[in-house]
Design a protein around this ligand. Structure first.
Ligand code: SAH
Ligand code: SF4
Ligand code: F3S
Length: 439
């Protein structure tokens, strides 16, 4: 029927949506192609969390202009979070008339109908739903064959952090029914998958909108724990505000839920946290970290941090640095605050000059890199359980896999170990990975 190429921008949620887009295309008879020049359909699954993400999409679309001129039969589609913003779909069509198809996050399941319309009438299709319909189950998913799979447990976000565009482009929180999630994970276990990562913008809110009231995130974890074949359970992202004691206890007593806590803190100053509408103080955050370390002392704790939020003074930033020094994160994703149209923070006074933001992020990265390396060095000599994912790229003799904390570890070994969990002794630490040997 033809060849498709999907280019994904943004978070795991988008990566997983692209697996569904690929599933729908393959059900229609299309085959994947790595070389974009050979494709008959090109889909760009987009992100708009920061302007840099949008600019990447714009420049990619610009480059496709000549490909479309050479091959007028080529279908170019733009979907995902970006066109979900007000006025963006028409802006894309106006700037890039070679785009044939624009759709958003709420009607992803209608890809087949869209393509049938385009190939039939040869006219562009633009369809954006302003709000989500009910959850569509049973869509085909083209997962990369293997060991680890993403499983969506909920869509959307109700938190409305004042800087963030996600709630506007992903809609209100909607939890998938437990029965659907359990069925999907059971099938994954039967098909040889060893690890699942549960996806949602705030997985701790899971179940709040369900009729089955007793089902919260902790309950879901308990049920998924029982599923045969699955050896490891991860999840992202969890909101520090909603991480309760019951959840910590559930994770501590589970043998499958990994000791990896990604708890985006965003800032270390209470004034800024309040302006961000995060719903916790730095003291609450320290408390949470202490509780986790008390029950699971060897946990990996990672975070997201933003610098340059409106009104952030040198003193506020110093408090972020202080928090980073006290918590000693294993690693952190660091971002420069970027104004997103329509968000409350975009109208706040005290926007921080770009120069100051750049200096702050460099200071923060330098501090965090030092801590990351120190923490990795602390694991030298320990024996870790590694789920072997494959061979190291460009190195025939090294295998790669993650420890329970989620850190990448390389070690020499035979290919037959792939998909098994093996003990590895850590010999050497680097900034972003460890090197070891089998024991
Ligand atoms: N739901 C998740 C992740 C959302 S987006 C959470 O709440 O943690 C991932 C990260 O992007 C956020 O944690 C935040 O640090 C960053 N981010 C979101 N909006 C941003 C903005 N306007 N400018 C810069 N970084 C932003
Ligand atoms: Fe954005 Fe906040 Fe929701 Fe995360 S919790 S997606 S940062 S609004
Ligand atoms: Fe980006 Fe959408 Fe994810 S805006 S970060 S792809 S939810």
């Amino acid at each position: 029927m033809g060849l498709y190429h999907i280019r994904t921008f943004g978070c795991q949620m988008n990566e997983h949506d692209s697996e569904i887009l690929a599933g729908v295309l393959e059900r229609m008879g299309y085959d994947p192609v790595a070389d974009v020049d050979k494709a008959d359909i090109i889909l760009l699954n987009t992100c708009c969390v920061r302007e840099t993400a949008e600019n990447k999409v714009f420049s990619y679309l610009g480059r496709l202009r000549s490909q479309k001129a050479k091959n007028p039969e080529l279908i170019i589609g733009v979907c995902g979070c970006m066109p979900q913003q007000k006025g963006m779909a028409s802006r894309i069509r106006h700037l890039f008339p070679h785009v044939d198809l624009v759709f958003g996050t709420h009607n992803l399941h209608r890809l087949e109908e869209h393509l049938t319309r385009i190939t039939g009438a040869r006219e562009p299709v633009v369809e954006i739903w302003s709000s989500p319909g009910s959850i569509t189950e049973g869509l085909p998913i083209k997962r990369k064959a293997g060991i680890s799979a993403w499983v969506t447990i909920m869509y959307g976000c109700n938190n409305y952090c004042t800087y963030c565009i996600v709630p506007y482009v992903r809609g209100r929180e909607r939890s998938r029914r437990p029965i659907e999630i359990i069925a999907e994970v059971t099938a994954l276990g039967k098909n040889g998958f060893k690890e699942i990562t549960l996806l949602g913008q705030n997985v701790n809110s899971y179940g709040k909108d369900l009729e089955e009231k007793k089902y919260d995130f902790a309950e879901l974890l308990k049920r998924l724990e029982e599923i045969e074949g699955i050896k490891r359970i991860r999840y992202m992202t969890s909101h520090p505000r909603d991480f309760n004691d019951r959840l910590i206890r559930t994770i501590a007593s589970s043998s499958k839920v990994c000791e990896q806590f990604h708890l985006p803190v965003q800032a270390g100053s209470n004034k800024i946290l309040k302006k961000m509408n995060r719903g916790y103080t730095r003291e609450d955050y320290f408390n949470l970290v202490d509780k986790i370390k008390a029950v699971l002392p060897h946990s990996t704790i990672t975070t997201d941090i933003m610098v340059g939020f409106p009104g952030e003074t040198d003193d506020d930033f110093e408090q972020t640095l202080d928090l980073v020094r006290q918590v000693r994160f294993d690693s952190a994703y660091t971002f420069i605050y970027n104004t997103r149209p329509g968000t409350p923070a975009s109208k706040m006074a005290g926007q921080v000059p770009e120069e100051v933001k750049k200096q702050r992020i460099q200071t923060l990265i330098r501090l965090q890199n030092g801590i990351s390396l120190e923490k990795n060095r602390e694991s030298v000599g320990s024996t870790e359980e590694i789920l072997v994912e494959g061979k190291k790229v460009k190195d025939e003799f090294l295998l790669c896999g993650r420890n329970r904390g989620g850190k990448m570890v390389f070690f020499p070994g035979k290919e037959s170990l792939i998909s098994h969990i093996v003990p590895v002794n850590v010999k050497k630490a680097h900034l972003t990975y460890l090197v070891g040997c089998r024991v």
